[in-house]
Design a protein around this ligand. Sequence first.
Ligand SMILES: NC(=O)c1ccc[n+]([C@@H]2O[C@H](COP(=O)([O-])OP(=O)(O)OC[C@H]3O[C@@H](n4cnc5c(N)ncnc54)[C@H](OP(=O)(O)O)[C@@H]3O)[C@@H](O)[C@H]2O)c1
Length: 361
Amino acid sequence: MHAGFTDLEVTAMSAALQAARRGHRGANPLVGAAILTRDSQIVVGHHAGAGSPHAEADVITTAIDLGVDLTASSLFVTLEPCNHVGRTGPCAQAIIDAGIPDVVFALPDSNHAAAGGAATLTEAGVRVRSGLGYEESSALNSRWRGAVAAERPFVTAKIAQSLDGMVAAADGTSQWITSTASREHAHQFRSRVDGILVGTGTVLADDPRLNARGPSGEPLESQPVPIVLGLTSLPPESFLALNPDTVHLRTRNITAALGELRSRGLRHILVEGGPSVLGAFFAAGAVDEVFCYQAPLLVGSGLSSMSGLNTSTLSDAVSLVPDETAEPAMYQLGPDVLLHFIVGEAGAGAGAGAGADHYTI
Ligand SMILES: NC(=O)c1ccc[n+]([C@@H]2O[C@H](COP(=O)([O-])OP(=O)(O)OC[C@H]3O[C@@H](n4cnc5c(N)ncnc54)[C@H](OP(=O)(O)O)[C@@H]3O)[C@@H](O)[C@H]2O)c1
């Protein structure tokens, strides 16, 4: 049912979609690419995340390394090649420079700054077709496109909880519910986001630094902007009050806060809680992705990981879809289990990100 495309072309686009799932969700969409050579070989590439090469550049580099004749090849990409100079150069020009005569893309680029790649390619004499893999590519990035349309950052929520869903014991103790392995994973993740957000309650309770640290406490290369949400003033001697980079948003309005963060150029936010702010983000429909570190502890009474969702019947429950992009949807970290979900994007988890870089049909 792919009118106008050969079986080999359908297979090439499937390979590009599979490759897209190797990337990390966040500021940029998941994008994959495949080059179909004259002798029916397929080479794949993907975009690993903001600041790294786009999928087209990645696959062109791999194909050149493999000695592929690009002037006799077709390129399949899950998103229209971009036309703008962002953190990397325009992909449309890279395709023209590589001499690729034939391009198939799945989804038009709705980002006005980047759109227009198809027209540039056509003007340069490249054969351009679209629509193959449209539904799959659209579903894969539906949360990301929703965030862009709402002019807010992509939002990941982190939950670190006991098996009975507690983030703190009744006496307020909360360090450390999860294991060293989980905390190391969480710090690596912190270094990939633009900002980390907590409410004033967490600042008062824990005096967090909200930075990204390695196993020995050393700062990681890329540091997120620390963000605090809420009306209460920060204690003057707290780490976040003393950090000149801290952004304190004196509001409880999630939509306004996210709009402000986007206007400051932040495109991927990690919400680390506590329960009031986490619940408020879910209630506002403003969580796109969830990482839940589940520790093998039963705390009994304590502070539940989320409050304020105001759902009283199962049919109103927020449902999450296991997400296989970049890493498995579920795996063990020391004694803990890490669960990775995407919100409201059915089918996004299908097809794990594994697979060869180069294979023959
Ligand atoms: N285990 C973990 O991973 C983890 C992570 C974080 C926190 N915690 C624990 O969580 C506890 C703190 O809980 P918490 O709920 O007070 O923390 P919180 O959610 O970080 O902060 C709550 C405060 O945020 C402000 N706020 C801003 N926007 C809000 C909104 N839309 N809805 C509700 N409140 C909003 C309010 O203060 P204003 O009056 O200032 O507006 C509110 O009192 C501590 O015991 C901490 O150790 C555990």
